[in-house]
Design a protein around this ligand. Structure first.
Ligand code: TXA
Ligand code: MG
Length: 329
């Protein structure tokens, strides 16, 4: 795979400016982008994904300097303060951190599901940033998959998700991080984690101090979610998936079980199929391999996928979150 040429990027940027959709690589997962300032173009994202309108989108910029064009930095709670935002931006952008901030008037309501806030990030991927820069507009983009399904970490995954409805796809090879960005809300008196992701919470806390943790998916089922897209059931393969502390196949031996193991286990041989996410038990490597492994197991004709639970620190928190949502029905 060779990188898209400048001409290819320019053509994609023109398509974005003309109201079209472009799928592009980021360091986390592939995004399905539209001009964030064009409500009709953004409507096309919801339509193609089959995504409910109450689930707001992340706005992508090519540089942090443009943050004031989409966020109202004068409306940040004084308990948070502009300085904290500067520090976070300085340390983590470009990168897999999304900040939820008061919205600027220029951002249409369809992007934010009519919330007074906007989610923003600067992706750490040269193709994403070349595309956004060439388009000259902020780009609203969710993950480039059908709603509720596994996120794409290769161009082929995007093509598989949309089949004959496929948008233009810029191919940047496999995504380096492999799980979506960490979503941090800065609209209350203390920072709140809305979604664990590519930046570990421990790393954020070095700068912010203690962060309120997100509700687990089962807790958030019964309370109004502070992030409307945080649904209990998400990332779901067609094959039932179950989280387990022990890598033992289902006792009913008629059922073909696959194992999704974040690190090596001695019982791997008892399963009909195996995906090992990291042979050294490295949580970053496991995160990078997670979604492609779920897709492969989903195509292996299994009755059940058993996933071993990673520890809840570093990237393990994001892996655990995605696995428990994939397991929820
Ligand atoms: O890594 C990523 O974040 C990828 C790449 C493409 O950038 N994007 C992504 O987008 O994962 P999506 O749409 O799959 O997830 C966006 C999440 C949802 O959980 C949504 O509810 C939340 O961000 N979100 C967006 N705007 C929000 C807002 N104003 N307030 C609270 N949550 C928001
Ligand atoms: Mg998504």
């Amino acid at each position: 795979m060779s990188d898209p040429s400048d001409a290819h990027i320019l053509a994609a940027a023109r398509l974005l400016r003309d109201g079209g959709l472009v799928a592009f690589p980021t360091e986390t997962v592939y995004g399905l982008g539209a001009n964030a300032l064009d409500p009709l173009a953004v409507a096309g994202i919801f339509e193609l994904k089959g995504r409910p309108r109450f689930d707001p989108l992340i706005v992508h910029l090519d540089t942090a300097d443009l943050l004031p064009t989409v966020a109202d930095l004068t409306a940040i709670p004084t308990a948070i303060g502009g300085e904290l935002i500067e520090k976070l931006v300085e340390r983590f952008w470009p990168g897999p951190l999304t900040l939820v901030l008061p919205k600027a008037d220029a951002v249409p309501g369809i992007v934010t599901s009519d919330l007074p806030t906007v989610a923003v990030r600067v992706p750490d991927h040269p193709i994403a940033r070349r595309l956004i820069r060439a388009a000259g507009v902020p780009v609203a983009a969710p993950s480039a998959n059908r709603f509720g399904r596994t996120s794409p970490t290769t161009a082929q995954h995007v093509a598989d998700s949309f089949a004959d409805q496929s948008p233009l796809i810029l191919d940047g090879g496999p995504c380096r991080v492999g799980v979506e960005s960490t979503v941090l809300s800065l609209i209350e008196s203390r920072p709140r984690l809305l979604r664990p992701g590519g930046v570990a919470v421990e790393e954020l806390e070095e700068i912010t101090g203690p962060i309120e943790r997100a509700l687990t998916s089962s807790e958030s089922e019964n309370t109004p979610a502070s992030s409307p897209g945080m649904l209990a059931s998400h990332y779901a393969p067609q094959t039932p998936l179950r989280l387990s502390d022990e890598a033992a196949p289902h006792p009913d031996s008629d059922r073909r079980c696959g194992l999704l193991a974040w690190r090596p286990t001695t019982t791997a041989g008892e399963f009909a199929a195996l995906e090992l996410l990291s042979s050294s038990g490295d949580l970053r490597e496991a995160a990078a391999n997670l979604f492609a492994a779920i897709r492969r197991l989903d195509q292996a004709g299994l009755d059940l996928i058993i996933a071993t639970t990673p520890p809840p620190h570093g990237l393990g928190l994001a892996i655990q979150d995605r696995l428990s949502r994939a397991a929820a029905r």
